[in-house]
Design a protein. Structure first.
Length: 256
């Protein structure tokens, strides 16, 4: 068992000892509130994002660094581009805040609102070749530098048990939405209209993405679920959720 469940349970128990003003009984189920369990899961995820897990093939995601990557970006017919990126670094993912969540025992779902204060991306050199509406060609190259300020994410995460019964998998994510407050770009484009592009990005891109967020999120969400599940399958942590599904459990009215 790679995911350290006993540590997790210990942390939950300690957390509840600290939070509890009344008597504490380690055998009573009702101390495993959805709040405590989900907060601990969230901290485990943050730790994974910041430290990675070599045994399970999870790279460090904050900071996420790479020497070279070829990407194919696309949003249906709106935008598509081939991008080559050299010596890049992305930071900020690990600073996410779990603003609000609601656990439903009946659906085995968690409705969440997550905020990421600041995401930063830079690369020493990039080359982009693409088009807008398959009609307007765009090309760019040079240094890339982008800041994404105050991203909010919403969705209802439906969980399911893996076939061997050991892991928490994602079933689907319902009603995915996001909102971006501001995008700041100091990306070189063609050395002629870099300033124009940067201010267009700053004035239009965050609003544009936010306006079409539903469409964009829906287009990508199944891919994200499909991408995450093989990794989640490596962690034997379904018993964390099982604790919350016990009947006759007082979970503080958070169930709905
Ligand atoms: C990206 O790199 C590959 C391999 O070096 C090259 O064939 C391709 O043309 C490059 N694409 C862009 C958009 O620069
Ligand atoms: C860029 O795109 C155009 C048209 O889509 C294509 O003809 C050209 O080969 C591409 N160049 C690179 C470097 O990928
Ligand atoms: C995010 O929003 C908060 C509150 O509105 C603001 O104080 C903060 O400066 C913003 N952060 C960034 C990185 O823009």
């Amino acid at each position: 068992m790679k995911f350290n469940i006993s540590l997790l349970v210990l942390a939950i128990v300690l957390n509840n000892v600290r939070c509890s003003t009344g008597e504490f009984s380690p055998t009573s189920n009702h101390r495993f509130t959805p709040e405590a369990v989900i907060h601990q899961l969230s901290e485990q995820i943050r730790f994974l994002i910041r430290s990675g897990d070599i045994d399970n093939g999870i790279p460090v995601l904050d900071p996420y660094e790479f020497q070279w990557k070829q990407l194919n970006l696309g949003v249906e017919q709106i935008f598509s581009a081939d991008v080559n990126i050299t010596k890049a670094k992305a930071t900020g993912l690990g600073n996410y805040k779990l603003q609000h969540f609601d656990f439903s025992k009946n659906e085995i779902s968690i409705a969440v609102n997550i905020e990421i204060p600041l995401l930063q991306f830079n690369s020493e050199y990039y080359e982009l070749n693409g088009s807008i509406y398959e009609a307007i060609p765009i090309k760019g190259q040079g240094i890339a530098y982008i800041e994404v300020h105050n991203t909010s994410l919403w969705g209802k995460i439906y969980l399911k048990q893996s076939e061997d019964g050991k892991s928490i998998l994602l079933d689907k994510i319902g009603e995915p939405e996001f909102k971006i407050e501001r995008i700041v770009s100091r990306t070189q484009f063609d050395n002629n209209i870099d300033g124009v592009i940067s201010s267009m990005v700053e004035e239009l891109l965050a609003d544009y993405l936010t306006r079409f967020n539903n469409y964009i999120a829906t287009a990508y969400i199944d891919k994200i679920v499909g991408y995450l599940n093989p990794t989640l399958d490596k962690f034997d942590n379904w018993n964390v959720i099982a604790v919350l599904l016990v009947d006759n459990q007082d979970n503080g009215g958070a169930d709905n």
